[in-house]
Design a protein. Structure first.
Length: 446
């Protein structure tokens, strides 16, 4: 091998592997030799090596197919199917030619035959045992696997047979679950009945039995109706106990179930009861909010006032909505003013950063009150605070500049500029820009 090019050496190694029927390793080396020959500009050699590569792939495909034949004889259909699949996949890469085309058709036929045997001899016998043991989901997965393996391309007639069998399977499964729903309904276990009938309806909808689809829909509606009555009754009991929070939850559920049952009469009745519960719950929440406001627990009070407003809105009570919205806005104003006073204290102490943070919070709170005069006043105080903070940052930046700490000074001047721009004060904007610019020049000289 002395004096031969690397790609020639690789090719000779591949030839040796091919002769020893080590086709997988030969394929790898043939592939590498082709790439090397192409890079060396040896297209004729690359073409010859490609032919040798294809012959090696063809030989490996034939070997895999023979392995599949042996496994098929031994009735190891799953393994034979895998071997045939590899053979068929390989022969696609083995180049063109009459004999190779014949092999492709033959390998595909044997692969499809193994698929059918696997489905008929391995998968199908499992199904009935799973159904007898009520393992419906596992049986369903087997049907799906059979339909996937025997697609219409493999055998359209067999594929259609499997689909029809699966249709019957879904009917049997739906009947099984529906019977459980019937028993639950007879025992007044309406919650379980709804669950069973819902499952049964989902299953029957996968079939083409329109009579049963209609029947199961009616049975589910009946279960929804009974369950809604049961829950609504519990809601009535809670209303008597003045547990309005839980009563609201149950009335909402009963209304949803009546809606699922498409029962307009019950929906109308439950809607009225629900509105009454919303109103009661709104009053209850509003009273709690009043107590919190008296205790100056503004944030908690605001949350409850907002919740009480939503409750009476749900109750379609215009009067109480207006009343509670007024109290909600009142609590916002009180909380905003209290925050603003803290900001004033920080300003008096020349703690501009803290003042700006507090004023900003106060401004965000007061905006929700929709009081335009207060909004304007609070905004101006916030602007004054960030303007002072911008001045303070410029002073700090000057000190850092004098100490030749230019990078830190630049960061401080940049922050001062952002605040000045937010405050929209032109002379402060200009000052911060000039400071930042002079610092940048110093940094460029370093």
């Amino acid at each position: 091998m002395f004096g031969k090019k690397p790609y020639e050496q690789l090719n000779e190694k591949a030839d040796g592997l091919y002769e020893n029927e080590k086709f997988g390793e030969a394929i790898r080396l043939y592939t590498e030799s082709i790439e090397m020959a192409k890079k060396a500009g040896k297209d004729r050699k690359a073409k010859r090596y490609t032919k040798e590569l294809q012959d090696s792939i063809d030989a490996l495909a034939e070997k895999m197919n023979e392995e599949g034949d042996q496994l098929f004889k031994e009735e190891k259909y799953k393994k034979s199917m895998d071997a045939y699949e590899k053979a068929w996949s390989l022969i696609q890469k083995a180049g063109s030619g009459l004999f190779k085309d014949i092999k492709r058709r033959s390998y595909r036929k044997e692969y499809y035959k193994a698929k059918e045997k696997y489905c008929e001899e391995v998968l199908r016998p499992r199904i009935q045992g799973l159904i007898d043991n009520e393992k419906w989901e596992e049986a369903e997965s087997i049907y799906k696997e059979m339909i996937e393996k025997i697609s219409a391309n493999v055998d359209s007639s067999k594929n259609q047979d499997y689909k029809e069998e699966m249709n019957d399977f879904y009917e049997d499964w739906a009947d099984f679950i529906n019977e459980k729903g019937d028993k639950a309904l007879k025992n007044d276990d309406f919650e379980s009945a709804v669950d069973y009938y819902t499952q049964a309806r989902k299953l029957i909808n996968k079939t083409d039995d329109h009579r049963k689809i209609k029947k199961f829909k009616k049975e589910l509606a009946k279960a929804y109706k009974n369950r809604s009555k049961e829950i609504n009754h519990k809601g009535d009991e809670l209303m008597k106990q003045e547990d309005y929070k839980e009563a609201v939850n149950l009335y909402e559920t009963s209304f949803d179930l009546a809606q699922e049952a498409e029962n307009d009469f019950l929906m109308g009745r439950y809607e009225k009861e629900l509105e009454k519960a919303y109103k009661k719950r709104g009053k209850e929440i509003n009273k709690k909010a009043d107590k919190l406001l008296d205790q100056e627990k503004y944030e908690d009070a605001i949350k409850l006032y907002a919740e009480s407003v939503q409750m009476v809105k749900n109750a379609n009570s215009t009067l109480f909505t207006k009343l509670y919205e007024r109290e909600y806005k009142k609590s916002l104003k009180e909380w905003g003013k209290k925050l603003n006073e803290r900001g004033d204290t920080a300003m008096a102490n020349e703690n501009w950063k803290k003042a700006a943070q507090i004023y900003q919070t106060a401004y965000n709170v007061i905006k929700k009150s929709e009081d335009q005069d207060l909004i304007q006043d609070f905004y101006q105080e916030y602007i004054d605070a960030i303007a002072n903070l911008s001045d303070e940052l410029n002073k700090i930046g000057e000190e850092l500049f004098d100490e030749e700490k230019y990078e830190k000074a630049f960061e401080i001047f940049d922050e001062a500029l952002k605040l000045a721009e937010e405050a929209k004060i032109q002379d402060k904007i200009q000052e911060s820009k000039e400071n930042r610019q002079k610092t940048m020049k110093k940094m460029e000289k370093l």
